[in-house]
Design a protein. Structure first.
Length: 798
C-alpha cells in the first residue's frame, strides 16, 4: 500500500565507511483530491494530522546516534508544518548525535549529494513523497501501547481479561469508562433485512448485553455470513459505521453480496490492493469499510492517504458514493424513513391483531358448549363435534326448512293463505291438472268448478294500477323534448318494451349516459373546461376530424413525458433558454479560457445569437448529451484541457444545464438531464397537436404544469372518444328496434333527450300491459255473460 506525505528536514550524512543517508526526518500525511471538472489537484493536511519524527527506524544501529535523548522531542505537541519544525530539527541535531554536525539550514532546495564522507547536515527541503507505507506507524502504535501500560491509567479491557475474570456488568462498566460504543446501539428491535434463526438472534442479543465480542464458529453453510450481514444492516440503520476485516477478499465479496442492493453501494472496499499496487509483504491485507447511511463526507476517503491506489473495487465504490452524495436530499429521505416506520408499525399492529384472532379462534374450537347453550338435548360439545353430527344426519333431516321456524307461544298458528287466496290456488291447480290423473288417495274427491271472476277489491286494484300507469306514462312522454325522440319512443313502445331488441338498446343508452356523465364530471374538476362541450359536439357531429385525430395521436407522447417526469422524481433540472445563452465563453480572464478562445478562433468564427439559441434548444442538446453519456460509458473522463470533440460540442450543456444546482459531470447526473430533455421534447411534440385546435400549452409554465394540462386534456379526449363509441352502439341498436324512426345523435342535448325517451319507455310499456290486462278481463266477462251456464244473477252483475 502507498501513502502520500509532505516530508521536511532532509538529513544528509555519510559516516566514514558507512552508507549514504539522505532521508527526511519529519513526515506529515496529506490527502490528495482531484477536481473532476477543472482537473486541479489539491493537497490538504487532514484534520487532526500530526508531524512524525522518524529518526528511530532510520538511524537505529548507527554509531553516534542516541535515541533515548530524543524521547521528549517525540512527545512534543503535534503541530504540522509550523515554526516548531525548525526548532525541533535544531534541537534534534544537538541531542541525537554524538558526532560533529554542520547544523540546520532552512533552505527549500535540497543540497547536492556528497562525493564522500560528510558530517550530518539538515535542511528544510520540503517535498511531496509518494512512498510505500512502512512499519513505522505499527511500531509507533506498539510503543504507545507500552506507554499506556506503563502509565497510571486503566489498561484496555482486552488485556485485563487475559489476567482476570470479569462478569458482563463489569465488562460493560469498563467499556463505558473508556468511552466505547455501547452494544445497546443495536436497539431492542433491530432492523434485519434477512430472516434470522433463533441461534442468529441469540448472537445479536449477546452483542446488546455484553462487551460486543462474540465468537461465532461453525462449518460452511451454517449462516455465519448471513448473521454478519444482518448485524451490519442493523448497525447502519442506527447511524453507525462498521469496519469488517478478513484474511481473504473472497469472504468480503460474499458478505457484500448478502447485503441489500441499496447498502452494497455504501460499502467502500479495500480488497486485493496488493494485486493492483504490487506485493507488499506477502500477506493479504483486506478490509471493507461500510459507511453510514448519511453518505460520505467530503474527501472522506482521501483523508486517510492514498491507501488502495489502483484497486478497481475502491474506485467503483468511491464513484458510487460521490454520485449518491450529489443527489442526496435529507428531507426526502426523512420522509421515506417516516413512511417506512409508519408502515412497519401498522404491519406489526396488524400482525398482533391477527395473532390475537388466531388465538381466539383456536380457543373457541376447543371450547365445549353445553346442551342449554346449543338448545337441543344431547347435542352439546365442541363446534367440530356438533358439525360432524349435523353432517352425519343430513340424509334423514334434510327436508327441514332452514332456518327452522321458532316454536309458537301457544294457541293456533295463523293460516298461511286467506280464503280468497285458497280458492284462487284451488282453481289454478284444477286448471293445471285438467289433463293429469289425480292421485289415488284423492280420486273420490269431487272437483268444484270456480268461475274465473276476480274479487271486487282485486278488480278495483287492477283499475287503479292501470290509471296510475297511464298518468306516469303521459308525464314521462312529456319530458321528451324533440319530436324525433317522441316518434322513436312511440315506435319502440309499439314494438314491445319487453321484446328482445329493446333490452340491448336500453343497456347501450345507459352506457352512453354513463360515458357522458363521466366526461361532465371530469370537466367539472378541470381548471379550464369551457372547450369540452364544443369538442364533444364536434366529435358527435363529425366536424374537424383530422384536427382531433392529431390531438388523439399525441397520447403516446404524453404518456412518455409522464414516465420521464416520474423518473426525475424531486430532482430539479434547469435547462437554459435563448436569453441566458453566454455571449462568448472564451472571454474568461484565466489563461485556460484564453487558450480555448485562441483555439476556437483558429477553427471558426463565433456563432451569432440565433445559432447560440438553436444550440440551447432541447432538440439540439439531446443528441449532444447522449453522445457525451456514451463517451463517459466508454471509460473516458471530462477534461479541462485538450477536450475531445464530443465534450466541446456539449460545452453549452455542461455550462448552462444544472441538476439540483450542480453541473452534469457524472453519468448519473447526465441520465437525469437526458430524462428532462426527452420529457421536454415529448411535451413540445404533443403540444403541437393541441395548438391546431386552439389549445396550445403556455410556454412560460414549468414542464410539470404543461404536462399536467396535457394529461387532463388527453383524459377529456378519451372521455369524448368513449361517448362517441357508445353513441355508435346506440345508433346500431336503435336501427334494429325502430327502423322507421332513425336516431340522430349529434350533440350532448340529443343524448339527454334520448335518455329521457328510454326512461319513459318502461312506464309506457307498463301502461300498455295494464290496458291489455283490463281488455282481456273485459273480454272474459263478456263471454261469461253470454254463456248459458252462467247464473242469471252473476250475468246481471257483469
Amino acid at each position: 500500500a502507498l501513502e502520500l506525505v509532505l516530508a521536511t528536514g532532509l538529513l544528509t550524512w555519510q559516516p566514514p565507511g558507512g552508507p549514504l543517508i539522505r532521508e527526511h526526518l519529519l513526515s506529515t500525511r496529506v490527502s490528495c483530491e482531484i477536481d473532476p471538472v477543472s482537473s486541479d489537484i489539491r493537497v490538504r493536511v487532514p484534520a487532526g494530522g500530526a508531524t512524525r519524527l522518524g529518526d528511530g527506524p532510520l538511524l537505529d544501529g548507527l554509531a553516534g546516534f542516541r535515541r533515548e535523548r530524543t524521547n521528549h522531542l517525540h512527545n512534543r505537541p503535534p503541530v504540522p508544518l509550523g515554526a516548531h519544525d525548525a526548532r525541533l530539527l535544531r534541537d534534534w541535531l544537538a541531542l541525537a548525535l554524538d558526532v560533529p554536525v554542520d547544523g540546520f539550514e532552512p533552505q527549500d532546495a535540497p543540497p547536492p549529494p556528497p562525493d564522500g564522507p560528510t558530517r550530518p547536515h539538515v535542511t528544510s527541503a520540503p517535498a511531496l513523497v509518494l512512498r510505500v507505507r512502512d512499519q513505522a506507524s505499527l511500531l509507533t502504535y506498539y510503543e504507545r501501547m507500552l506507554e499506556a501500560l506503563r502509565g497510571a491509567g486503566p489498561p484496555p479491557l482486552g488485556l485485563v481479561q487475559l489476567v482476570a475474570t470479569l462478569d458482563a456488568a463489569e465488562r460493560l462498566a469498563w467499556l463505558d469508562a473508556e468511552g466505547a460504543t455501547s452494544g445497546a446501539e443495536l436497539g431492542a428491535d433491530p432492523l434485519l433485512p434477512l430472516p434470522a434463526s433463533p441461534e442468529q438472534a441469540r448472537v445479536l442479543e449477546r452483542l446488546r448485553h455484553d462487551n460486543g465480542v462474540v465468537v461465532v464458529e461453525g462449518p460452511p453453510g451454517t449462516g455465519k455470513t448471513h448473521t454478519i450481514a444482518n448485524l451490519i444492516t442493523a448497525l447502519l440503520a442506527e447511524g453507525q459505521r462498521v469496519l469488517v476485516t478478513s484474511q481473504k477478499a473472497q469472504a468480503l465479496r460474499m458478505l457484500r453480496e448478502k447485503l441489500p442492493p441499496e447498502l452494497q453501494r455504501l460499502c467502500v472496499s479495500f480488497t486485493d490492493v496488493e494485486e493492483a499496487s504490487g506485493p507488499a509483504d506477502g500477506a493479504a491485507r483486506v478490509a471493507v469499510r461500510a459507511m453510514d447511511a448519511g453518505g460520505m463526507d467530503a474527501g472522506g476517503m482521501n483523508r486517510g492517504g492514498m491507501d488502495g491506489v489502483g484497486s478497481p473495487e475502491l474506485a467503483a465504490s468511491v464513484s458510487a458514493l460521490a454520485a449518491e452524495k450529489a443527489v442526496y436530499h435529507p428531507e426526502a429521505l426523512d420522509r421515506r424513513i417516516e413512511q417506512a416506520a409508519r408502515r412497519r408499525a401498522e404491519a406489526l399492529r396488524a400482525r398482533a391483531e391477527l395473532a390475537e384472532r388466531a388465538r381466539a379462534a383456536r380457543a373457541a374450537e376447543r371450547a365445549a358448549h353445553p346442551d342449554s347453550e346449543v338448545g337441543a338435548a344431547g347435542w352439546g360439545g365442541t363446534r367440530a363435534s356438533i358439525a360432524a353430527r349435523v353432517r352425519a344426519g343430513g340424509g334423514a333431516h334434510g327436508w327441514l326448512p332452514l332456518p327452522v321456524p321458532p316454536a309458537g307461544s301457544g294457541g293456533e298458528r295463523p293460516a298461511p293463505l286467506t280464503d280468497a287466496e285458497a280458492v284462487e290456488l284451488y282453481s289454478l291447480l284444477s286448471a293445471a291438472s285438467k289433463d293429469a290423473a289425480l292421485p289415488a288417495d284423492r280420486a273420490d274427491v269431487p272437483v268444484r268448478a270456480v268461475p274465473p271472476i276476480l274479487a271486487a277489491e282485486r278488480f278495483a286494484a287492477l283499475v287503479t294500477a292501470d290509471r296510475m300507469a297511464r298518468q306516469t306514462a303521459e308525464t314521462a312522454r312529456a319530458g321528451v323534448a324533440t319530436a324525433a325522440a317522441r316518434g322513436f319512443l312511440d315506435e319502440v313502445t309499439a314494438a314491445g318494451a319487453g321484446s328482445s331488441p329493446t333490452g340491448p338498446l336500453s343497456t347501450a343508452v345507459t352506457a352512453l349516459v354513463r360515458a357522458l356523465d363521466n366526461l361532465t364530471a371530469h370537466g367539472a374538476r378541470g381548471p379550464a373546461r369551457e372547450w369540452i362541450p364544443a369538442a364533444l359536439d364536434d366529435a358527435l357531429a363529425g366536424r374537424d376530424r383530422l384536427l382531433w385525430a392529431k390531438v388523439s395521436a399525441a397520447a403516446p407522447l404524453i404518456a412518455e413525458a409522464a414516465r420521464h417526469v416520474d423518473d426525475l422524481g424531486l430532482h430539479s433540472v434547469a435547462l437554459p433558454s435563448a436569453a441566458t445563452a453566454p455571449t462568448n465563453p472564451a472571454r474568461a480572464t484565466d489563461g485556460h479560457h484564453a487558450d480555448e478562445h485562441r483555439e476556437d478562433e483558429r477553427r471558426a468564427d463565433e456563432p451569432g445569437d440565433a445559432e447560440r439559441a438553436a444550440d440551447l434548444d432541447p432538440a439540439a442538446l439531446l443528441p449532444r448529451a447522449e453522445a457525451l453519456r456514451a463517451h463517459l460509458d466508454g471509460g473516458a473522463e471530462l477534461r479541462r484541457r485538450f477536450r475531445p470533440k464530443v465534450q466541446r460540442e456539449a460545452d453549452a450543456l455542461l455550462r448552462q444545464v444544472t441538476v439540483d444546482g450542480v453541473a452534469p459531470t457524472t453519468p448519473e447526473l447526465l441520465d437525469l438531464v437526458l430524462t428532462r430533455l426527452r420529457a421536454e421534447l415529448a411535451v413540445e411534440a404533443a403540444g403541437r397537436g393541441w395548438t391546431l385546435v386552439g389549445r396550445p400549452p403556455r410556454p412560460g409554465d414549468p414542464l410539470e404544469v404543461r404536462l399536467s394540462r396535457l394529461v387532463e386534456g388527453q383524459q377529456a379526449i378519451e372521455g369524448i372518444d368513449a361517448v362517441v363509441a357508445a353513441r355508435d352502439r346506440v345508433v346500431a341498436r336503435a336501427a334494429e328496434v325502430a327502423s322507421g324512426s332513425p336516431v340522430s345523435i349529434d350533440s350532448a342535448a340529443n343524448v339527454r333527450d334520448l335518455a329521457a325517451a328510454m326512461a319513459a319507455l318502461e312506464p309506457m310499456a307498463a301502461a300498455a300491459v295494464a290496458d291489455r290486462a283490463l281488455a282481456d278481463l273485459a273480454d272474459g266477462y263478456d263471454r261469461l255473460t253470454t254463456d248459458p251456464d252462467t247464473p242469471a244473477g252473476l250475468a246481471a252483475e257483469l
